[in-house]
Design a protein around this ligand. Structure first.
Ligand code: SF4
Ligand code: MSK
Length: 676
């Protein structure tokens, strides 16, 4: 049970102030609890370890053994020529750009390798090599087939007949897997962007060739002595980011939808209070639904329920952390246990019988926290193991996934009786409605009759909805947990900006009660409140996990397609935000938003301020190249208002800046009337 640390050490160590660390009461309670038990969390480590100032500014290079070369800004700033250089002569611009695109490579690789794993499982399912995974959404299969150039009909005796679904699935799997490493051609999904965007990418020479190549080329170009022009480096960063958003991530989302079902709105709950004292708690953490889908399938069987009862529990309570949480929520209504920064806290409840992890955003310190309790920590992915000896490894393989899942669930059930006296589950949890996708937004805001984004566009044009905010991304312990997320989102919806959310922002909004239709009346401006109340949707729409940011791209493309709001994503009254980002994936996401024409504001910090010329390039000059650009704003209210100012600028350019009463004419005609 709890192994208390040396009391003297705890007394002398500087610990996090729970109220300064997070706005969430459940998390505050658990941080206090950790202190009582002498258990250290990320919140405490952040107090003890200050970040390196030079690294924070993006101007430390360690790309060769002659460095690290650190180029701090002179006190009082740069006057005249900037003479800073590394041993090889690399300028601050080169170093910052190299570091920046290496982050894009890391993020794009993480998303895309996730996508590849899904594609491999998809291939096994299509070839019927596994009983565990099956094609669930054939409608989406046929839609995706078209984008991959797979015929869905076949000519028989001069007639076009529907092709066999199994055959289509196999070819979709092959074509999809080919997108990672094909020798010729270009990323097929690039054409899912509005035509003007695709043509702009062509003109700029950034249409990806294949997913892996763009990531590898970043590593080559950033090796010592290769690409030493920050603009040319960013061109490759842009190509790789597009390969992520419109490639690896989009394929991951699509293939997951085909295998596990396209999400439709579901009701559930969020925060640590979803764990139950009298049930076996299995918390699943990571990113790939390939794992969690199997755990759900097994945990819901009568056999496992009975087994749990035989061990004295009332049943099995599944919940999720990070993006696995979003995946399980959007398809099954499994509750959200917490955000990235609540992973250690879930174990500190003392009620976590097993934490099952796969890939990405998993703290190695989970093993140390688990050691203080009875919790079984189980890694499941061959590429993500931990060195600590209390960690179990049960490798998931699509060929025996159900057996692996059963073994895992049984371990958790068997562990229920080992719980100590230290159980303390916070009571906080909020009701939510989550699981919107491109299709369900179309259904709710377009209606089956029109089957398009017409109503959404109409409400943007008439001014009830001022614009669209895509607010996404992680938590970062360098800023108060969830404060930036919540203040920015609340400020946006107060100003009639509808919010599309994914990742840990979605979980933060869920915990705050913003994912309910009822919240519209409380938090929204009158226009957005009216739309949400009429249609019955929350003002903050949960679109899933990190890879599902591709849903935001496709929703934006649908808005362009529905008409009346310009011909490209860059013309839309829309802006992006990652208030509390921390991962390389967030940089890749931010950059594919920017490359897709979206003004994107990050909170916390960005590793570019030490190279002012490079910073100006991506903050300002990028707009001329791509219609989208980066920005940084730490203050949440100013952050939201920068987004709103951009939205208003776009409304003005479209000639829809004056609110008008609804007129029953089509949208193109309405714009003509507006500009007349
Ligand atoms: Fe220094 Fe150049 Fe080596 Fe970077 S690549 S560590 S700047 S010598
Ligand atoms: S999990 S990448 S902390 S959003 Fe996708 Fe959350 Fe960021 Fe991980």
């Amino acid at each position: 049970m709890v192994q208390k640390k040396d009391a003297e050490e705890s007394k002398t160590k500087k610990l996090a102030d729970p109220v300064a660390a997070t706005i969430d009461l459940a998390s505050q309670q658990m941080i206090e609890r950790a202190h009582e038990l002498g258990i250290e969390t990320a919140f405490d480590r952040a107090v003890a370890m200050k970040p390196c100032n030079i690294g924070t500014q993006g101007i430390c290079c360690k790309n060769c053994g002659m460095g690290p070369c650190r180029l701090p800004l002179p006190k009082g700033g740069i006057e005249g020529e900037d003479t800073r250089k590394g041993i090889c002569g690399a300028t601050p611009n080169t170093i910052a750009a190299r570091n920046f695109i290496r982050m894009i490579a890391g993020g794009a690789a993480a998303h895309s390798d996730h996508g590849r794993s899904v594609a491999e499982v998809f291939m096994s399912a299509a070839r019927k090599e596994t009983d565990a995974y099956k094609i669930k959404d054939t409608r989406k299969l046929l839609e995706v087939a078209q984008w991959l150039g797979v015929d869905t009909t076949v000519a028989v005796d001069g007639q076009q007949l529907d092709r066999d679904t199994d055959e289509i699935a196999v070819e979709v799997g092959e074509k999809a897997l080919n997108e990672w490493g094909k020798a010729e051609g270009e990323l097929l999904f690039a054409k899912r962007a509005p035509q003007s965007r695709y043509e702009l990418w062509k003109k700029q020479g950034v249409v990806p060739r294949n997913i892996d190549r763009e990531i590898v080329e970043i590593m080559h170009r950033t090796h010592i002595g290769v690409d030493q022009d920050y603009k040319n480096l960013m061109k490759q960063g842009t190509r790789a980011a597009i390969a992520d958003g419109w490639g690896g991530s989009m394929l991951a989302t699509d293939l997951q939808d085909i295998l596990f079902g396209t999400p439709y709105p579901v009701a559930s709950e969020a925060n640590l209070g979803v764990m139950k004292e009298d049930m076996v708690n299995i918390v699943i953490h990571g990113h790939e639904p390939v794992l969690s889908e199997m755990i759900i399938a097994v945990a819901q069987t009568r056999k496992m329920e009975e087994y749990a009862k035989s061990k004295g529990a009332k049943g099995i309570q599944l919940s999720g952390i990070c993006c696995t949480a979003n995946e399980m929520l959007q398809r099954h209504g499994v509750p959200l246990c917490g955000t990235f920064l609540q992973q250690e806290l879930a174990i500190i409840t003392g009620a976590c019988d097993a934490m099952v992890v796969d890939i990405q955003c998993i703290f190695q310190n989970l093993a140390n926290v688990a050691k203080c309790f009875h919790t079984k920590l189980i890694t499941t992915h061959p590429i993500a193991r931990m060195e600590q000896d209390n960690v179990l490894h049960i490798e998931f393989d699509e060929h025996h996934a159900l057996e692996d899942a059963e073994r895992t669930v049984k371990l958790a059930i068997d562990n229920f009786e080992n719980r100590g006296a230290e159980v303390m589950i916070p009571t906080q949890k909020s009701p939510i409605v989550a699981g919107f996708g491109v299709e369900s937004v179309e259904y709710h805001l377009g209606g089956t009759f029109r089957g398009s984004y017409y109503t959404l566009n109409d409400n943007i044009i008439n001014g009830r909805i001022r614009g669209i905010g895509g607010v996404v991304g992680c938590n970062n312990v360098r800023t108060k947990h969830n404060e930036g997320h919540i203040r920015i989102v609340k400020e946006l919806i107060k100003n009639d900006v509808i919010v599309l959310t994914t990742g840990c922002n979605a979980i933060a909004c869920a915990m705050e009660g913003l994912l309910t239709p009822e919240s519209a009346k409380v938090f929204c401006g009158p226009g957005l409140a009216e739309v949400c109340e009429t249609v019955g949707i929350p003002p903050v729409l949960h679109l899933g996990s990190c890879v599902d940011n591709s849903r935001i791209l496709l929703a934006a493309a649908e808005v362009v397609k529905a008409g009346g709001l310009g011909n490209d994503i860059s013309e839309l009254p829309a802006a992006g935000s990652a208030p509390e980002w921390m991962s390389e994936k967030a940089i890749s996401i931010g950059h594919y938003f920017v490359a897709s024409g979206v003004y994107t504001v990050f909170g916390v910090t960005l590793p570019v301020s030490g190279a002012p010329v490079f910073q100006k390039y991506i903050f300002e000059e990028f707009e001329k190249l791509y219609g989208g650009m980066w920005d940084l704003e730490v203050d949440p209210i100013k952050h939201a208002h920068k987004m709103i100012a951009h939205i208003d600028k776009k409304r003005q350019a479209l000639g829809i800046d004056r609110t008008r009463e609804r007129i029953l004419v089509d949208m193109a005609a309405r714009r003509e009337l507006e500009s007349a």
